[in-house]
Design a protein around this ligand. Structure first.
Ligand code: GLU
Length: 422
């Protein structure tokens, strides 16, 4: 069985466990255990060499109980049907945890976008919108960026959508757009800023300062790089990064420096050489990276990277899921045993979809906010969710993931009852 399949089964187990703990009915569990709708498509693209290739694609809308589906689209070779099911379910929990009037969605295309030319990438992006056109829209399902997708791709998506729908200028169908075409200020930094906020709040709670706190970061994409930036600005020290070696796919390693790595230099290396790992420092293996003696360990890349093979060696006193689903069920059981607190993905990385929601509001209202307004509102809205998770964890004597699940599920359950579905 694939890891994504296991992950889906484990997520269902977790949903059941939390439903039982909070006293929700079997009928409720029967609704939320599977997404409401999944589209599977094969998208043909005429390649530059004259051949035609087809790419498998998916879009899952997990729940419409609280509002239109919302969530990113990833372009990655590791995308599977089960993975989008897992990730769309997590999105339902994430938006509900923030108290947003949205449901969960996620999409993906099985592709390595680095192997496509610019023209092929645009054709694939437009083909994806053609495949899901009848199932998206500001009040139906609102896609956004995710792994390997960005504002540029959202531009292609939006343009194709408008062309397909008689020129109706519904730019609120997508978020994460460039600010030059209706995107929100603060959206690009939002996820990393939110990861930083959760860590800051946790440190406040335990009465510690972030000054001098050390951290290790896996992944230096949009989420990882901004997380590192805000943490370092607040006095924390980045001791190591770990990443795929983009110049040698299938291999990954880390770079460590006990004096602290320079974020500017990492960004520069990534821009100039294609790999953030081309910096000075000691080369370390993946296993050495996860076993580093740091205060905070932040997986900010893909799923299932902390599992039974490495969780036992973790020395960090806090694990923060900046990526979606980076810790497996078995990995989490080990962390629980070792009493290492974990800030779950649906809280830690919720800043992205939160500011996406602000973008959606701005597009629909036609009135735009300045950066300070976005930043202050994000701080306030995420601060509330973080406090609620801490309080629920104490009330039910459960870990932060279970607390976050209880809060999210209770809002979805209430809405389903009010709609007469259960
Ligand atoms: N892909 C991001 C996530 O996993 C953002 C989704 C969005 O903005 O809709 O939360």
């Amino acid at each position: 069985m694939t890891k994504a399949y296991d992950q889906f089964i484990n997520l269902q187990k977790k949903l059941k466990e939390v439903s039982d703990l909070a006293g929700f009915s079997e009928s409720f569990y029967n609704i939320i255990r599977e997404p409401e709708r999944i589209i599977e498509a094969n998208i043909p693209v005429k390649m530059d060499d004259g051949t035609t290739k087809t790419f498998r694609a998916f879009r899952s809308a997990h729940s419409s109980a609280l509002g239109p589906a919302k969530g990113g689209v990833r372009f990655d070779e590791s995308v599977t049907y089960e993975e989008v099911k897992v990730l769309s379910t997590l999105m339902s929990l994430k938006v509900s945890l923030l108290g947003l009037p949205l449901g969960g969605g996620k999409g993906g295309i099985v592709v390595d976008p680095k192997k496509l030319s610019e023209r092929e990438l645009e054709a694939l992006s437009r083909g994806f919108v053609r495949a899901i056109n009848n199932y998206i829209g500001p009040r139906i399902d609102v896609p956004a960026p995710d792994v390997n997708t960005n504002a540029k791709i959202m531009g292609y998506f939006t343009d194709e959508y408008i062309a397909l729908n008689g020129g109706k200028n519904d730019i609120a169908t997508f978020t994460g757009k460039s600010t030059d075409m209706g995107g929100s200020l603060g959206r690009t930094e939002a996820t990393g800023f939110g990861v930083y906020l959760t860590i800051k709040k946790y440190y406040e709670k335990i009465g510690k300062s972030l000054k001098g706190a050390t951290f290790a970061l896996q992944g230096f994409g949009n989420v990882g790089s901004y997380t590192a930036k805000y943490l370092v600005e607040d006095g924390a020290k980045l001791l190591a990064i770990n990443s795929k070696d983009h110049n040698h796919p299938n291999s990954s390693y880390g770079v460590y420096d006990d004096k602290g790595l320079d974020i500017e230099k990492i960004s520069e290396a990534k821009e100039k050489t294609g790999s953030e790992l081309n910096i000075e420092g000691k080369k370390i293996t993946d296993d050495e990276f996860f076993a580093l003696d740091v205060d905070i360990l932040i997986p900010a890349a893909l799923e299932n990277v902390i599992d039974e093979t490495n969780a036992g060696n973790i020395k960090a006193s806090l694990v923060v899921e900046a990526a979606n689903g980076p810790v497996t069920e078995a990995g989490e059981a080990i962390l629980n045993e070792k009493n290492i607190p974990l800030i779950p993905d649906i809280l830690a990385n919720s800043g992205g979809v939160l500011v996406s929601h602000y973008e959606w509001i701005q597009n629909i209202s036609g009135s735009y906010w300045d950066e300070e307004e976005v930043r202050n509102k994000q701080e306030k809205d995420m601060g509330k969710a973080i406090e609620e998770v801490f309080a629920t964890s104490e009330k039910y004597k459960v870990n932060y993931r279970q607390a976050a699940f209880i809060l999210s599920l209770s809002r979805i359950e209430k809405a389903l009852k009010l709609r007469g579905r259960i």
